[in-house]
Design a protein around this ligand. Sequence first.
Ligand code: KG4
Length: 337
Amino acid sequence: MRILGIESSCDETAAAVVEDGRTVLSNIVSTQIEKHKIFGGVVPEIASRLHTESICYVVNEALKKADCTLSDVDAIAVTYAPGLIGALLVGVNYAKGLSFSSGIPLVPVHHLRSHIAANYITHKNLEPPFLCLVVSGGNTLLVNVKGYTDFEIIGRTRDDAAGEALDKAARTLGLPYPGGVNLDKAAQGGDVNAYTFPKPRVSDNPLDFSFSGLKTAVINTVHNASQKGEELNVANIGASFLNAVVNSLETNTEKAIELTGAKTLVLAGGVSANSMLRSRMEKLAKKHGTDVFFPELPLCGDNAAMVAAQGYYEYLDGRRGDMSLNAAATMDITEGI
Ligand code: KG4
């Protein structure tokens, strides 16, 4: 079964054709990074306009590269939530038009579900149930993935996402957008103990996260140093901050492994590309005798192959979108339409 995936939730316009949820026939990503770089972050209005400009080309390229036409496609899967609302609407409306004119079924896909599904492409034998740490630009979640379309949130951030904190730290340190990946590079070889950052504490649920205090702490550290005229050691601050963020992710993931007895740990989302996070999760999994899986690096960030992969399982589960399908800026991974 062939699914055409369409993704436009943030600053990548993407389309892909995937067979049976696991085999990628094409995966086209048109990134807007260069256009947003001068602003130091994504400008939503510009993102929507750029999606509108490139979506036809990107979808046609995906079909061409997969050596098929629309008539070879069994369903059109599209990201409809969460994300930048204007950006999502471009993909949703395009997919609706395509579905209406061709009669091909439309399948709405939750963005974070598709980040998890990136792992099904990389690891052909991976199947739920498993414990998943979802770390993206806008979300940080610990999820019990009970089935391909069955999720239980067991931990979540109370404020900022890990990716958001990393992006803000990178910006404060004068690193270019996109922040997380540049912070990852700048921190290589830095001393993780050079700076001390607070340990986030959250009451009630031991699996919940908080990154806003850490974010403020790194901003204060940088501002204090510049006020005193001290030279900043970007590698050391970057490494110490990343270490603090990874510590928090690791601590809660370890608690989740202990509480759930999970035998399989999966990472998903843009921050799962981070080198320190990957090596620490590998060590953690080894300590607990748990298998650990990460998406291959090109599938960690936003792409449409993962949308088509999740779309396949949503299709099998009977999920369909009709011509009233709307986009939503926020939506829990457990929610449906
Ligand atoms: O999942 P994603 O591509 O977009 C959302 O769906 O939110 O995640 C983007 C986030 C950004 O915060 C970005 O800075 C971060 O992932 N990121 C990284 C790395 N690559 C991307 N953070 C740390 N290290 C990386 N190598």
